[in-house]
Design a protein around this ligand. Structure first.
Ligand SMILES: CC(=O)N[C@H]1[C@@H](OP(=O)(O)OP(=O)(O)OC[C@H]2O[C@@H](n3ccc(=O)[nH]c3=O)[C@H](O)[C@@H]2O)O[C@H](CO)[C@H](O)[C@@H]1O
Ligand SMILES: [Mn+2]
Length: 359
């Protein structure tokens, strides 16, 4: 009798397992059918054969047009004077490491919008014209670009002719008596800007840039990635003990001796909207929590950004070609200066330059 029950129970178990298996296969097959159908439609629109591309397209899937001719890539020849990959295998972008024709033909069909945020508060409005005019010549030419200017002097914003597909939005922000606050508040405004955009633009990109700078060379699709940081031009030859990280453990931007990969600049960073949102939100809340305790990091939001990038490794690192400083002579490893900070008289343009010099 006992034996009989066991056999019966076993049969029920085996049969149920079989039925579940059949059901699973059925669901899996019909799901794959739908995906394949969707992909075939996409491929037909792009003029690609159905077999060429299988996965559903998203921001990390790189589809090149068929029949594109370009110089054969080599894994033996290339830049040897600089390091082009980080220890966590993120590319470091230098001139000579990418093919711009290939990159443009991969990224243009994706129909992405690349935004840029730039702050021009108080006298910094004087830098805006050159920034915008040179962006027209070099920043994501041929892409949909949306530049957001934040200023307390919207009436003084220059009229700059933007090419088709490129737009400018000017937003009012309050002025401030402290440049440190203006610089640091950018994180809050970037966070809220992205919160407005994010729901329907999750595969778009944004770069957050200093206004006291000009473009001199191409800044394009080679810079696109999840989280993008730029190496500060002033410290890239130094050992990490010389980096001006925040060194007081009381601050949330603290980096201990022996920590930190590179010194990244606060004047340029970017990536996918959701990544930059997370960065801005984190840096803002850490900056504000520090302020509550009466502490301001050595280089304001730049210190918090460096702390953030230590934990959240950038997926792409841009070489100092992407933020040079006009007062520095061009170094031999820098084959092209793409974006560079202008020489400025701090005492003349910063609202509280005198007190901060005495800090
Ligand atoms: C090239 C670079 O990495 N620069 C960073 C560096 O100094 P910088 O000397 O480059 O800082 P900065 O005076 O250019 O200020 C940063 C930015 O804040 C805005 N601004 C500032 C003051 C003002 O009165 N009005 C105004 O609009 C403006 O967009 C400016 O470009 O350290 C700062 C620390 O706070 C920021 O991290 C900067 O991004
Ligand atoms: Mn600056």
């Amino acid at each position: 009798m006992k034996h009989l029950i066991n056999t019966k129970a076993l049969t029920v178990v085996v049969l149920s397992a079989l039925m579940l298996g059949v059901l699973f296969c059925y669901i899996l097959l019909s799901y794959r059918g739908v995906e394949l159908f969707k992909q075939n439609n996409i491929n037909q629109q792009n003029g690609l054969a159905a077999d060429d591309v299988i996965p559903v397209s998203h921001e990390f899937h790189l589809v090149a047009p068929d029949h594109l001719r370009y110089e054969q890539p080599s894994i033996l020849r290339g830049r040897t004077d600089v390091v082009t990959v980080t220890p966590w295998l993120a590319p470091v972008v230098w001139e000579g490491t990418f093919n711009q024709v290939l990159l443009d033909s991969i990224y243009k069909p994706k129909n992405i919008t690349v935004s840029a945020t730039v702050f021009a508060v108080g006298k910094y409005i004087m830098f805006l014209k050159d920034f915008l005019e040179t962006a027209e010549q070099h920043f994501f030419v041929g892409f949909k670009v949306h530049i957001y200017v934040f200023t307390d002097r919207p009436n003084e914003a220059p009229q700059v002719r933007m090419a088709a597909g490129r737009q400018l939005t000017v937003r009012s922000v309050p002025s401030s008596k402290r440049w440190q606050e203006i610089s640091a508040r950018r994180m809050e405004l970037i966070q809220t800007l992205i919160e407005e955009q994010l729901p329907n633009r999750s595969d778009d990109y944004v770069f957050c840039l200093d206004v006291d700078s000009k473009f001199h060379g191409r800044w394009g699709a080679e810079s696109l990635d999840g989280l993008v940081a730029v190496i500060h031009p002033g410290y890239y030859k130094d050992g990490r003990s010389r980096f001006p990280y925040e060194r007081r453990p009381a601050s949330r931007a603290y980096l201990a001796p022996g920590e930190g990969d590179f010194y990244y600049c606060g004047g340029a960073f970017g990536g996918l909207l959701q990544e930059v949102h997370h960065l801005a939100k984190t840096c803002r809340s850490n900056f504000e929590a520090d302020a509550q305790e009466g502490i301001e990091a050595a280089w304001q939001e730049e210190s918090h950004l460096n702390r953030y990038m230590w934990i959240n490794k950038p997926t792409k690192v841009l070489s100092p070609e992407y933020l040079w400083q006009d007062f520095k002579p061009q170094n031999p490893e820098v084959h092209i200066i793409r974006f560079s900070g202008v020489v400025k008289n701090y005492a003349e343009i910063r609202p509280n330059a005198r007190e901060s010099a005495a800090d």
